[in-house]
Ligand binder design. Structure first.
Ligand code: ATP
Ligand code: MG
Length: 182
């Protein structure tokens, strides 16, 4: 069976990764695709329960998500990962594990927009010093230098992101078809 694409949505907390993942899943399901969302928050409640936010634990969390994404992808399931993966070496690890189906999507929003949205109240808590190693405030986020796609949620709505992601998936599928015909 052909490997399906793995779209890894990376970006600051509150940038819109989970929101876009949900909308994209609905769009793909509507077209009859098999699709799975691996959301960082859900993974940390289950598969990665017990892991913290040290560099070692963040790396292990990414490794687990990437292995799961690879397993699903090899069974023809399109995978949407919504996980911060703050450092380029974390994303490099994911890319190495997943291989050719890996696509990096930078969900970009300014820190001030993310902080204004503060969906989970975590920025306020981080500013009060109640959350240690909070990405963007007290821990590093390295923006992707060469993502396959950048969606800017400070300037565009969620539907623009979904359309861009659908176009990316179509390009990936076209490439695969060409390879099969060659
Ligand atoms: N263009 C947009 N795309 C996505 N979300 C947007 C956009 N504009 C505003 N929002 C809002 O921003 C918030 C994004 O929250 P969301 O939980 O999706 O972020 P996240 O990147 O998954 O954060 P975390 O890493 O903490 O899980 C939501 O409240 C969403 O409605
Ligand atoms: Mg999220």
């Amino acid at each position: 069976m052909d490997e399906a694409s793995v779209l890894w949505l990376t970006g600051l907390s509150g940038a819109g990764k989970s929101t876009i993942a949900r909308h994209l899943r609905a769009c793909l399901v509507g077209r009859g695709a098999a699709v799975a969302v691996l959301d960082g928050d859900e993974i940390r409640r289950g598969l990665s329960q017990g892991l913290g936010f040290s560099d070692v634990d963040r790396r292990e969390n990414i490794r687990r998500i990437a292995e799961m994404a690879r397993l699903l992808s090899t069974q023809g399931i399109v995978v949407i990962v919504a996980a911060i993966a703050p450092l380029s070496r974390h994303r490099g690890l994911a890319r190495n594990i997943i291989g050719a189906p890996y696509r990096e999507v930078y969900v970009k929003a300014s820190l001030s927009d993310c902080e204004r949205r503060d969906v989970k109240g975590l920025y306020a808590r981080a500013r009060r010093g109640e959350v240690v190693k909070f990405t963007g405030v007290t821990d590093t986020y390295e923006p992707p230098l060469n993502p396959d796609l950048l969606v800017d949620t400070s300037t565009h709505g969620v539907h623009v992101a979904v359309s861009s992601l659908m176009a990316l998936l179509e390009r990936c599928q076209a490439k695969q078809t060409v390879r099969q015909l060659a």
